[in-house]
Every structure is written in C-alpha cells, then in structure tokens.
Design a protein around this ligand. Structure first.
Ligand SMILES: [Zn+2]
Length: 262
C-alpha cells in the first residue's frame, strides 16, 4: 500500500506529475493530496474499484508533463572578460540560484550595444564559461540591429558580435550572440521515464489562453540536470506562459503519440 500525501506530490512536481494520476489497488490518497491534484487540473485515474482490462493497448497512458522555464536576455562571460568589465580580481556574485544545479543569476549586469541601439541592465549568468555568449530574443535583435541565428548554447560559429559595456571597461565581441534554441533539460532517470535519449526532439503542447505546439524541442540529458523546458521570452509571451507552468509531451521526432480516448 502507498499513502499519497500532498508533500509527496510536491516533491514529484520537480520531475513532473503524470496526468491522469494513477492510483493503484490498495493505495490511499489524503484529501489534501486530492485537492492538490484538482487545483492543477490533474485527473485522478482511480484503479482501486475499476476492473482494468488486461490488454495494454486499451489502457490510456498517463500524460507526461514538463515544467516551463522562461529565460529573459542574458550573458555568459569568459573569465578574462569579467576582469575587463568589472576590474582585476573581480568574481561574479550570486544573486539567486537557477533551476539547473550550480547555475546562478549574478548581481552583475551590463549594457549591450548593437549598430541600432542598446539594452541596459542585462543580467549575467554564472559560473564563468570558456567563451562569452549573449542570448537575446528576436525582438531584442530588432532593437539592437542584429539578427542572430537560433542555436543551442555554445554553438557560436558564424554568429554576430556585440559590444558589452561594464562599469570598468568595454569588450567588443566578434561573435557570440544567439537566439537560444528551445530545449528540455532532463536527468538520465527522466529520460527513461520519457523514453528518450539526448538529441531527440519532443513535440510539446502548452495549455492556457494561447495554447501553442512546439514541434521540435531538443532533449538534453545529463545525470545532474533537473527537468525543465527552456523557452525565451518571445516564445513564452507568444504562448502566454510563465515560469512554472506545465507543458505536455504529445510526440517525439515528428510523430504524435498514439493515445486512446485522447
Ligand atoms: Zn537551458
């Protein structure tokens, strides 16, 4: 027998709660846990009294959900650029932790300057990296006058440059500006649950007032990653999403999943 409590569900939230949520014969669920699921529009699939057919093909598989993280424009810096922009010996200071282990938003901010305009107070994310990289939205690109390609982080060949202005100095990057390609971080265990490997592309459907289907969300698997669908601000706004909303996996590598009754 399993006792399903609200606190157990809260712990599951990080890795996604299946919808519908299955309750097996012999399980017990507390009233608070029932409310918790109802508040999130998660259906309870009560297997305690219903006779399930033996054939697996007639069973509805639970939905797979992924929490959304919306990234605003931000900068990753190489150590030597931290020194130029903020002074010798300077180290980035943590403002708050990000969802991925070890990653943090720094208190330090910069102005970024393109051929047409500038944007002030752009957040730096730590820790430092081997190469400086600036991630902006397409909308930001119009303001700055640059039109970078959509890339996964670290893929910087043939990308436009930009000028970084800090309190102690200026760095002119010859390349390194990208529009971040949407992606999902997941642990090795998550990947097993979702039946995917690194590099697979998932089809994702969002909920809410402006539902959108993203057909090509690249999966990034690492033992340390926590489950998170990363979108930029343009994508988030177009779908009416905010960080913490849940999105549903509806297919993989161009194929929709087969579901009974869905
Ligand atoms: Zn990410």
């Amino acid at each position: 027998m399993t006792l399903i409590t609200e606190s157990k569900l809260r712990m599951m939230l990080k890795n996604g709660i299946p919808n519908p949520f299955p309750i097996q014969a012999g399980d017990k669920i507390t009233p608070a846990a029932t409310d918790f699921l109802r508040d999130r529009n998660i259906e309870i699939q009560d297997g305690r009294s219903v006779q399930r057919p033996k054939s697996s093909s007639s069973q509805r598989e639970p939905e797979l959900q992924i929490p959304v993280g919306i990234s605003n424009r931000h900068i990753h810096l190489a150590p030597e650029h931290v020194q130029v922009l903020f002074g010798d010996g300077h180290e980035l200071t943590k403002y708050r932790d990000l969802s991925q282990p070890g990653q943090f938003a720094a208190t330090e901010q910069l102005t970024i300057l393109g051929p047409k305009g500038f944007i002030k107070n752009v957040r730096i994310l730590g820790p430092v990296r081997s190469e400086s990289q600036v991630e902006i939205s397409v909308t930001d690109g119009f303001q700055l006058g640059i039109h970078p390609p959509t890339r996964l982080s670290g893929s910087l060949a043939d990308t436009p440059g930009i000028t970084l202005i800090g309190p102690k100095g200026v760095v002119v990057l010859q390349q390194g500006v990208i529009v971040a390609k949407r992606h999902i971080h997941m642990s090795t265990e998550n990947a097993k649950t979702f039946g995917v490997v690194d590099g697979d592309e998932l089809i994702i459907r969002t909920a809410g007032e402006r539902p959108v289907i993203f057909p090509d969300v690249v999966v990034r698997v690492h033992p340390e990653f926590s489950l998170d669908l990363h979108l930029d601000l343009d994508e988030g706004n177009s779908a009416g999403l905010k960080t913490g909303d849940l999105a549903t996996v509806i297919g993989k590598n161009g194929m929709f999943m087969q579901r009974q009754g869905g």
